[in-house]
Design a protein around this ligand. Structure first.
Ligand SMILES: [Zn+2]
Length: 302
C-alpha cells in the first residue's frame, strides 16, 4: 500500500454558506417564539441562543444553544458559555502530504476555552449520547479498535458524533491505535500496523480519514511520527489535564489554562467506583466552568 496516502481532508468551511441562513432562520424562529426559555411544552430546539437573547453578538458555531433548564437537568447550574469564533486557520492548515505531524500538548490561544477528549471507547452508556445531544457538547474521540469494537461497537460512536451544526461539523473520531500498545516498545513496522491499521479501519467505518492521533499512554518516538505522517495524520494530540473520577489533575500549575486539552475516558461505574459516565462528565464540565472556561471544538483550532 502506498505510504503517501494523504487522504481527503475535510474542507474547513465546507458548509459555510449554510451558516448565516440557518442562523437567520433560527433567529426568526426565536423572535416568533418570544425567545422564551420558560416554555414547558416540550423541547423547543428553535429557542433563541444565549447570544441572540442577550445581544452580545458572540459567535457560536451552534445557533440553537440549549436552554438553562437543559443544563440543570444534567447537573449544571448555568449554561456553558458559547465558545468564541474559532481562529480562521488551525495549527495544521497548510501542511502538505508527508509532512511530519505536529505534536500538540496544549493549543496556543488566548481564548477562554479548553478542549475535551475521550479515549479508548470501552463504556458505551446510552445516557451519555442523550447528554451530548442535549448539551450539544463539542468533544473529540480517540478510539482503539479492539476496545471500541466490543459490544455495540462503532455505532455508538457514530451516534456521539451528533448532528452537524450550522458549520457542517460533527464531533471528531480519531485514531488511538488498533490494540493500545505502548508504541515505544514496538519496532517501526509494528507501530505502522497499529497506527495505519486504525486509520484504515476508521476511514472505512466513518468515511473520513482521521487527522488526529493520540498514542496510548502518551508514549511515542520518531518511528511513531513517521508512521503517523505517512498515514495522513496531521497532529499527534497529547494533554495537560486529566479527568479523574471527581476532579481534574493538571500537568502544570494546579489549574486549567487557556487552550488546555483535557483527557477523559469512556468509563462506567466499574472503573469510576460507582460513578456513571454522565456524572463524570458533569463533574468535568462543572470544574471547567468554575475555572472560567468553556468548551470549544479541538478540530477548529488544530
Ligand atoms: Zn488509551
Amino acid at each position: 500500500m502506498s505510504p503517501s496516502i494523504s487522504g481527503p481532508r475535510a474542507p474547513r468551511h465546507r458548509f459555510r454558506t449554510a451558516g448565516p441562513v440557518c442562523a437567520a432562520a433560527l433567529l426568526l424562529a426565536g423572535l416568533l417564539a418570544g425567545c422564551s426559555s420558560g416554555s414547558s411544552s416540550g423541547p423547543d430546539k428553535a429557542a433563541g441562543s444565549p447570544s441572540a437573547r442577550t445581544g452580545t453578538g458572540a459567535a457560536s458555531p451552534s445557533p440553537a444553544a440549549p436552554d438553562p433548564e437543559t443544563y440543570r437537568r444534567w447537573g449544571l447550574d448555568k449554561p456553558l458559555a458559547a465558545p468564541p469564533k474559532p481562529p480562521t486557520a488551525g495549527l495544521t492548515d497548510g501542511m502538505r502530504p508527508g509532512d511530519a505531524p505536529k505534536v500538540v500538548k496544549r493549543v496556543p490561544t488566548q481564548d477562554k476555552v479548553v478542549f475535551v477528549t475521550f479515549d479508548d471507547g470501552a463504556e458505551k452508556d446510552p445516557e451519555f449520547v442523550k447528554m451530548a445531544e442535549d448539551l450539544k457538547l463539542p468533544f473529540s474521540m480517540f478510539l482503539t479498535d479492539d476496545i471500541a469494537r466490543a459490544g455495540s461497537g462503532y455505532d455508538y460512536f457514530e451516534r456521539l458524533r451528533g448532528e452537524a451544526g450550522a458549520d457542517g461539523k460533527r464531533n471528531g473520531v480519531h485514531n488511538h491505535t488498533l490494540s493500545h500498545p505502548n508504541l515505544r516498545t514496538l519496532p517501526p513496522e509494528a507501530q505502522r500496523r497499529e497506527v495505519c491499521g486504525q486509520q484504515e479501519a476508521l476511514e472505512k467505518r466513518f468515511g473520513t480519514r482521521p487527522a488526529l492521533f493520540r498514542p496510548p499512554y502518551g508514549n511515542y518516538n520518531d518511528a511513531t511520527l513517521t508512521a503517523a505522517g505517512d498515514c495522513g495524520v496531521k497532529a499527534v494530540v497529547l494533554w495537560e489535564a486529566t479527568m479523574q473520577i471527581n476532579d481534574m489533575r493538571y500537568a502544570d500549575g494546579g489549574k486549567l489554562r487557556a487552550g488546555d486539552i483535557v483527557l477523559a475516558h469512556f468509563r462506567g461505574p466499574q472503573e469510576l467506583k460507582g460513578t456513571s459516565m454522565t456524572r463524570h462528565v458533569t463533574n468535568m464540565l462543572r470544574s471547567i466552568q468554575r475555572q472560567g472556561f468553556t468548551v470549544a471544538r479541538l478540530e477548529d483550532y488544530v
